[in-house]
Design a protein around this ligand. Structure first.
Ligand code: SAH
Length: 360
């Protein structure tokens, strides 16, 4: 298997795209993003302060995963402690969040079976090192259908490919990726009319307007909400995104903690897009899940007691006080991760309210 992986890694994805485009014409932006990220997560070491391209909340501090474990334990206990219970994480990265959350849950005598949904073999190895008892899945379809699911996804939806539609003088078209005379990737409107894919209220928008959607995220939310309805449980989706409709492209590329061009070096940079939480909520509701709401990460972590937790840890290890306070601030301050990042909570119908979300 690893030989195959190395062979794939040697082939430049940009050249593969160029050959494909030369043979069959422009490819959709969603196709470009999907394949680029698949290659990126399969081959690179994306996450981490040093040697990684970006850092995520669980890697900033153990407090993040611990508070998530606390939230999940609390809601499962109040919902009646039905067994068997499953911890399910989507896109677990280095496995840090799963490890920290499960350690915290164990303190409350909550010991769920651990299921990690991950496509990258390389990241699976790291996840197993951190969570030796975890069972891996390629997607949700093989996750057990008996017993409540405690589902977590941090910076997962933002990695899934988005589709963009652009209003041209001839009507709505899908945004495609072609190649110019110098071999550079360029965006261009597709040939096929896409007006029927645009909500009626938006069809008259001015030329140049871009509408971005994430069919892959919608599919995940549809599946998760349906699972909660059918087998009970709760889910937390944490990501950067917005709660009120907006338009325009939100795709960005990051390499080595810096923003780069989205077409620069496909497969070698992390591509992500903002999550449309209003749409995610609508989909969850349409499947009869109970939406607890979507709140800024900083508010949510403070409601769960991150300040008290940081103080307690600092008391215990005074030599780490400064680092702990810096990490806490990084997670909650509005000008850092506190405001742009949101926490969306949903539970099975009939399950109780969750800590940190407004009472409905
Ligand atoms: N949650 C982690 C990692 C975020 S990066 C953290 O917070 O640190 C995105 C993660 O999603 C990676 O583990 C990546 O390999 C995984 N991933 C991306 N696309 C996926 C897909 N379609 N199915 C399953 N996992 C995916």
């Amino acid at each position: 298997m690893s030989d195959l992986r190395d062979e794939d890694a040697k082939r430049d994805l940009g050249d593969t795209f160029r050959r494909l485009i030369a043979a069959t014409g422009p490819i959709s932006l969603a196709h470009f993003m999907g394949e680029s990220n698949q290659r990126y997560y399969a081959d690179k070491r994306p996450i981490g302060g040093q040697g990684g391209d970006f850092i995520t909340a669980p890697e900033v501090s153990q407090m993040f995963g611990e508070l998530i474990g606390l939230w999940l334990s609390d809601i499962w206990i109040r919902a009646g402690r039905t067994e068997p219970v499953h911890y399910v994480e989507l896109g677990p990265g280095r496995g840090t969040l799963a490890r920290d959350a499960c350690r915290a849950m164990k303190r409350y005598n909550v010991e769920p079976r651990v299921h990690l949904v991950e496509t990258s073999r390389r990241l699976r190895d790291a996840q197993l090192a951190a969570n030796p008892n975890a069972i891996h899945h390629h997607d949700l379809s093989t996750v057990p259908t008996e017993g409540p699911l405690l589902i977590v996804a941090n910076e997962f939806l933002d990695a899934l490919p988005v589709r963009q539609l652009v209003k041209t003088n001839e009507g709505w078209r899908e945004v495609m990726v072609g190649v110019d005379a110098d071999g550079n990737f360029i965006e261009m409107p597709g040939r096929q009319p896409m007006d029927s894919a645009v909500p009626e209220a938006r069809r008259g928008d001015a030329p140049g307007t871009v509408i971005e959607t994430s069919p892959a995220s919608a599919t995940i939310m549809f599946e998760v909400a349906g699972r909660l309805r059918d087998q009970d449980g709760a889910a937390l989706f944490i990501d950067y995104g917005y709660r009120h409709g907006r338009s325009g492209s939100t795709i960005q590329a990051v390499k080595d903690h810096r923003k780069v061009g989205i077409f620069d070096t496909p497969g070698d940079v992390d591509l992500s897009a903002h999550v449309d939480f209003a749409q995610m909520e609508q989909i969850a509701l349409s499947r009869d899940a109970r939406v607890l709401g979507t709140v800024p990460q900083g508010e949510w972590l403070q409601a769960l007691g991150i300040r008290e937790r940081a103080d307690a840890l600092a008391e215990y290890a005074p030599q780490h006080r400064e680092a702990l306070m810096l990490a806490r601030d990084r997670l909650i301050e509005p000008d850092q991760m506190g405001e742009l990042f949101k926490v969306m909570g949903l539970v099975a119908p009939g399950w109780p309210d969750g800590a940190g979300f407004p009472v409905r």
